[in-house]
Structure formats: C-alpha cells, structure tokens
Ligand binder design. Structure first.
Ligand SMILES: Cc1cc2nc3c(=O)[nH]c(=O)nc-3n(C[C@H](O)[C@H](O)[C@H](O)COP(=O)(O)OP(=O)(O)OC[C@H]3O[C@@H](n4cnc5c(N)ncnc54)[C@H](O)[C@@H]3O)c2cc1C
Length: 450
C-alpha cells in the first residue's frame, strides 16, 4: 500500500494537473493534499494576494474535503508530513522562480535523507522554461524568435482531473488564514470553477475582438485571466487547447500574449539575477533620483497626469491594472521621475492580485529599457497623448479619478486647459513632461554604449 503527497503551490486546481495525476497514479492507499503557508512568500505577498490565496485555498479545500495545511519552513513541513504519511514520493509541479528552485532543491535533499523522492511533473507553463532554445542551445533574449520557436515546439494536450481520490491527512492542519484584501479593494471570485467561468465567458464574448480591444482600458475587455494563471487555477495548456479550436487574428494575438508570460519565465530562469538586478548591466550606472516623496505621490495617484493617476488608483481599488496602464505608469516613474524600476516593481508586487515575479519585474525592465529587446530606453511615453490615444473619450479616467468625474470627453486628459482651471481637489502636474523627457534622454546618453 503506497501513500503519496501532492504538494500544491501555484497549481490550485484538479483538472489538467499532471503532477496531481502522477500523485494519484502512484498511490494505492491515499494522497495527502498538502499546502504549506511559507512565511517567506506569505509575508511579502501584500493583503490582496494573501486574501485571494486564502479564498482560492478555501474553495479547493471544500472540493477535496479539507487540506493538510501547514505553516512554516517547507523543508521541515514537507518532510514531517511525508514521514507521518509514510509516503514514498512527494509530487510537485516544477517551480522555475529563483526562490522556488532553491527551496525545492533543499526539500529534495531533506526528503532524500528519509528515502523519499521529490517528483517534478509539469510546470505552470505550456512549455517549461529552458526548453525553447536557439538551434545552438542558447536561450532567446528576444521575444519574436522565442514566440516562433515556442509555437513550433508545441505542448502536450491537457490531462483530465482524476476521477476519485482518497485524500488523507496524517497530521493536524493549521486553520486557513483569514485573508482580508486592502480596505476598499474588491477582488474577483477565486478558485478553479471561477477561472473556468471567466475563461468560458471570455471565449464566448471577448476573444474575437481581443486584438481590437486589448489596448483600450476604457473598454475593459481583456480576459482578466492573469490572477487565475498566477495561482494555477487553470493551466495555460487548457487555454491553448481551447484557442486551437478557433481561428482569427485575435485568437493569434491572445496566444502571443500567453507567450509573453512564458518568455519572461524563461528569461528569469536563465538569468535569476534579473529578478532584482538589471538584465542589461549598464543601466545600473545611470543617474537615478532617490526614491522619496515623488514615489509616494505616484503611488497615491496624485501626479496631476490623469491617465497615470487613473492607473494607480485602479491598482488600489481592484488589485489589478490594465496592461496599457502598467506601461504608462511604469514609464512615468522611471523616465519622468527618474526613479529606479525596482521601486515601482515592488509597489506593484505589494498590491497586484496577479503579482508575478517574472511577468512583473520583466514588464518593468521592458518599460525601463533595461530588459529584453523591444522597448528602447529613448521611447518615453507621453502621458497626455497616451491618454488621448487609448482612452479617447476619457471614460477610463472618469471611472477612477473622482475629482475629474464631471469633466466631459477627452478634455479630461488635460485638466489644466479647462476654462475654469484644474478642478478643485485635483493636483497640478507634478513635473513638466517635456523637460523630464529631455533629462531622461541626457541621463541615458551618459551610460549608452558603456
Ligand atoms: C510594468 C508591468 C508589470 C506587469 N506585472 C504583471 C504581473 O505581476 N503579473 C502578470 O500576470 N502580468 C503582469 N504584467 C503583464 C500584463 O500587464 C498582465 O498580464 C495583464 O494586464 C493581465 O490582464 P489580463 O489577464 O486581462 O490580460 P490579457 O490581455 O487578457 O492577456 C492574457 C494573458 O496573457 C498574459 N500576458 C498578457 N500580457 C503580458 C505581458 N506583457 N507579460 C506577460 N504576460 C502577459 C497574462 O498571463 C494574461 O493573463 C505586467 C506588465 C507590465 C508592463
């Protein structure tokens, strides 16, 4: 009679989970549904991600009749649960982040001392980081060739959820954490079924116009699947299999977006130092401003640039921000305020429900110009023209910036030009964008080519 442990991490689902299938197939006496609340991850997660995780754990816990939930150092907790269950194997989906990789190596060593195997099956990606390489075996540093090679590589078909599982819990569990989001933040419904519903809705009414709508925050028509992908409530292969049954440019564009997530995971896997450090080292030598009150003004959505403030306020009210806004506000912090990207990335990771180290920190480096190819440093977003182009009627700004709710049309992007001046309570622009652009380019010239 064999018992196995399924150590859930970023795979809070039953369907299309190869690791879970391996755990179930390897067990004749039962499977332990283990989740470890690791203070090293729980601590920095921020209230929104903690609350969402608690809700997702609660949802899956109800479906499997309760967790084996432990709190503490995974090395100690996984070993003690596996030993108590007299398990021969602990099953996981591989983690490719810098912390997770190291943690898993340590857990593997500790388990091996007791003759227990750590078995990695699958990953949170359609294609595991490191698999897609150039013909000479070196990694891609540029997205478009990665995307082509990733498409050519292909991925396995989804696997079904196991039919029935004999879940066992050899030790006492800690209580599920009470997770409350930040005051005033409304989080989306959590769990595998919520993810499936959201995905079906998007397939029915969204994916066909995605190419046209995705850059329009006023329309709010992106899939909002990022949070479900973050926690593995759905696997990207499941989504790709559904997309494969559809045709059209929008479907292709959506697949390309999923590939960005895979690309950044690959880049981070190849260069774990780029989680906090510059992918292109010469940028470390650039002159930056000390992060102080300007960072706070930006974070509070009080810059006086309506599109920037709307984005920062959406982050606080929803724990999520539209992709176009993530780019605009990141550019503003780095190039108008000259603050290093790491400060903004940290702020995002504190508040985002979908906060993900590779997508976030490489998204920031991309905007900062220090990351993968596509966005050169000298491309500085103009917050007014970005607002006019992507929120032409001003609806997005009015939705999030209440002081400007009474300003009609696209004029909301330049409140300082209104006949009565800037509406009461809304700040004047904190900087002169034109001047800061020149300053940013001068700073860039100093390190360019170094
Ligand atoms: C500065 C910055 C920080 C970001 N931080 C994160 C983060 O912490 N977590 C996160 O999941 N995404 C992050 N992104 C990427 C992107 O903004 C979000 O994935 C997207 O806005 C999520 O909304 P959606 O699910 O409706 O996206 P959709 O437009 O519906 O896209 C579908 C899916 O494709 C993937 N995707 C789309 N765009 C990107 C991208 N540029 N990079 C990587 N994956 C992408 C996501 O998994 C997304 O759910 C960041 C982008 C930038 C510029």
């Amino acid at each position: 009679m064999t018992t196995t442990v399924m150590w859930f991490r970023r795979d809070l689902r039953l369907a299309d989970s190869p690791a879970l299938r391996a755990a179930v197939d390897g067990a004749t006496a039962g499977v332990v549904p283990l989740f470890v609340l690791d203070p090293a991850l729980w601590g920095p997660a921020g209230p929104n991600r903690r609350a969402y995780l608690a809700a997702s754990l609660s949802d899956l816990g109800k479906r499997i009749g309760g967790w084996q939930l432990r709190c503490g150092d995974p090395v100690k907790e996984v070993v003690s649960v596996a030993r108590a269950a007299e398990a021969s194997t602990v099953h996981i989906a591989a983690d490719f982040g810098p912390y997770g990789r190291e943690r898993d190596k340590q857990v593997q060593r500790a388990l091996a001392e007791h003759g227990i195997d750590l078995v990695r099956t699958g990953s949170p990606y359609a294609v595991a980081p490191g698999r897609v390489t150039k013909p000479d075996g070196s990694p891609y540093a540029v997205y478009t060739p990665f995307w082509r090679a990733w498409t050519d590589h292909g991925w396995r078909a989804p696997v079904a959820a196991p039919q029935s599982v004999d879940w066992i819990r050899p030790l006492t569990s800690v209580d599920l954490p009470a997770g409350e989001p930040a005051a005033g933040t409304a989080l989306p419904p959590a769990g595998e079924q919520a993810a499936r519903r959201r995905w079906r809705d998007f397939l029915d009414d969204g994916v066909n116009s995605y190419g046209e709508d995705r850059d329009r925050p006023d329309r709010d028509r992106t899939s909002r699947m990022s949070v479900h992908l973050k926690w593995g409530e759905i696997h990207p292969r499941t989504m790709l299999a559904d997309l494969a049954r559809r045709r059209g440019d929008s479907v292709r564009t959506y697949r390309q977006e999923l590939a960005w997530r895979e690309f950044y995971a690959d880049v981070l896997w190849q260069r774990p130092d780029s989680a906090r450090g510059y992918l292109r080292p010469q940028f470390a030598a650039m002159r930056y401003a000390r992060a102080g009150s300007q960072l706070e003004t930006w974070a509070a959505g009080r810059t006086g640039f309506p599109i920037v403030d709307a984005g920062m306020r959406q982050l606080r009210s929803e724990g999520w921000m539209h992709n176009r806004l993530r780019m605009i506000v990141a550019s503003f912090l780095v190039k108008d305020l000259h603050v290093e990207w790491q400060h903004g990335a940290q702020h995002f990771l504190h508040w985002l429900v979908d906060g993900d180290l590779s997508s976030n920190n490489h998204g920031w480096q991309w905007v900062a110009g220090s990351g993968t190819d596509a966005s050169p440093y000298f491309r500085v977003f103009n917050p007014v023209s970005q607002g006019k182009k992507f929120d032409p009627g001003g609806d997005y700004v009015r939705r999030h910036v209440e002081e400007l709710a009474g300003v009609a049309g696209g004029a909301v992007h330049e409140p300082w030009t209104l006949p009565g001046g800037v509406p009461n309570g809304y700040p004047e622009p904190m900087v002169d964008h034109k001047a800061e652009r020149v300053e940013a380019l001068a700073r860039y010239d100093e390190v360019k080519g170094s």
